[in-house]
Design a protein around this ligand. Structure first.
Ligand SMILES: Nc1nc2c(ncn2[C@@H]2O[C@H](COP(=O)(O)OP(=O)(O)O)[C@@H](O)[C@H]2O)c(=O)[nH]1
Ligand SMILES: [Mg+2]
Length: 394
């Protein structure tokens, strides 16, 4: 007898569906958020492509995603146009203790955080008597807890509101399918409330796909992936040492297991953007025995958002496209043009790794490594794809 077919539940990710995701810089006031945002915006992230990644408005910027695969493809094809992938980053005003209850500009900060897909949380570890710390002194653990708590309180408030709504609907009772579904959803919201009350962030749990479907429309703040950016003095960053670092690592391990912590120095990054050229900045790094943390910051965030890339290549254009990992071919085609998703026929595909190994497209072809795939194909990170689509129906 053939083995029983295992029906695999399709995983559903927490957060907004789609491929065009963004990240916001969050933290207390005066921790270096805006300076970091400026540095990210100005620097070319080592990417040679000439791409208009300018600030869209003072708080929103499209940042190049550095990727050596893209650079290599551009060298191979020498295309007329080079379009790297980008990540949209927002500078969000500082959060204050009590923001969840409306302190400061509390609720408006929180609504800005609600609008982003992921959070860069900047934690201040640099000492500078001239830069006032809103809480009086440098204490990163206290700061982490303030932010963590404000976000959690706000989520609790939202979840409780949602529970009230469910209760209104389930009060009338009954055995209908619809009622059964509502009760299940209500139970999930109750579970979320329990989870938050026990001091845990929503993203730190294994929710079933069904539960995720209930959680996503709540747009919870602690469901968003977080990358912790520890802002050190230039000196501490260069020597990769700071007395607070071990404690931060411990805190993250306990409260946000698995989240990435990246030590960085906003002061250094800001200084590097003031050099006349990328080469001069690189020379400075070499002399200091260090390197900019910005490329890693961007690529780490892409990973946290579960984003991958596929490429389209040719002598006209080499372009890197962004998709969620696990995206099927028609949806990936839809990233290029909305119509392609519906009119998708097939795709011609091989991976960058194969191309890099064999040297050029002609060899990949001669060795029969180019595949034709249909609508169930899951596009892999690094795939080089040509989509075939039919004419759009009017
Ligand atoms: N010494 C030092 N000062 C910094 C650093 N980052 C930012 N600052 C200064 O701190 C002040 C607040 O910075 P800003 O980026 O506006 O902080 P935000 O409130 O978090 O956006 C400014 O005067 C910055 O020049 C840093 O890494 N080291
Ligand atoms: Mg600011």
């Amino acid at each position: 007898m053939p083995p029983k077919k295992v029906v695999k539940e399709e995983p559903v990710l927490l957060g907004r569906p789609g491929n065009n995701l963004n990240a916001g810089i969050v933290g207390l006031a005066n921790v270096g958020k805006s300076t970091l945002f400026q540095a990210i915006t100005k620097c070319s992230l080592g990417n040679p492509a000439n791409f208009p990644y300018a600030t869209i408005n003072p708080e929103e910027s499209r940042v190049l995603v550095p990727d050596e695969r893209f650079d290599w493809l551009c060298q191979q094809y020498k295309p007329k146009s080079q379009v790297p992938a980008h990540l949209t980053v927002y500078d969000i005003a500082g959060l204050t203790r009590g923001a969840s209850t409306g302190a400061g500009l509390g609720n408006s900060f929180l609504s800005h955080i609600r609008a982003v897909d992921a959070i860069f949380q900047v934690v201040r570890c640099f000492d500078d008597a001239e830069i006032i710390h809103v809480e009086g002194d440098v204490d990163p653990i206290r700061d982490l807890e303030i932010i963590n708590e404000e976000l959690r309180i706000k989520d609790l408030e939202f979840a409780e509101k949602s529970l009230e709504n469910y209760k209104k609907q389930t009060r009338r009772g009954g055995q209908s399918l619809e009622m059964k579904k509502l009760k299940e959803e209500e139970a999930t919201v109750e579970k979320v409330i329990e989870h938050l009350k026990s001091g845990k962030d929503v993203r730190k749990n294994h929710w079933s796909p069904k539960e995720v479907e209930v959680i996503n429309p709540l747009f919870l703040l602690t469901a968003k992936p977080v990358v912790y950016l520890v802002n050190l003095s230039e000196r501490d960053y260069i020597r990769q040492k700071n007395k607070h670092l071990p404690k931060i690592a411990e805190w993250v391990k306990e409260h946000a297991t698995g989240d990435t912590i990246l030590p960085m120095s906003v002061a250094l990054e800001e200084r590097l953007t003031r050099f006349e050229s990328d080469e001069a900045a690189a020379e400075e790094c070499k002399n200091l025995g260090t390197k900019s943390a910005l490329p890693k910051i961007i690529t780490t965030m892409r990973k946290a958002l579960n984003l991958g890339s596929f490429f389209t290549t040719g002598s006209d254009e080499v372009r890197q496209w962004t998709i969620r990992n696990g995206t099927k071919a028609p949806s990936a085609a839809g990233v290029i043009h909305g119509d392609f998703e519906k009119t998708f026929i097939q795709c011609i595909v091989y991976n960058y790794a194969t191309l890099k190994e064999l040297g050029d497209e002609a060899t990949v072809k001669a060795q029969g490594k180019i595949m034709t795939k249909g609508k169930d194909y899951v596009v892999e990170d690094g795939d080089i794809v040509l989509f075939k689509a039919g004419a759009a129906k009017g």
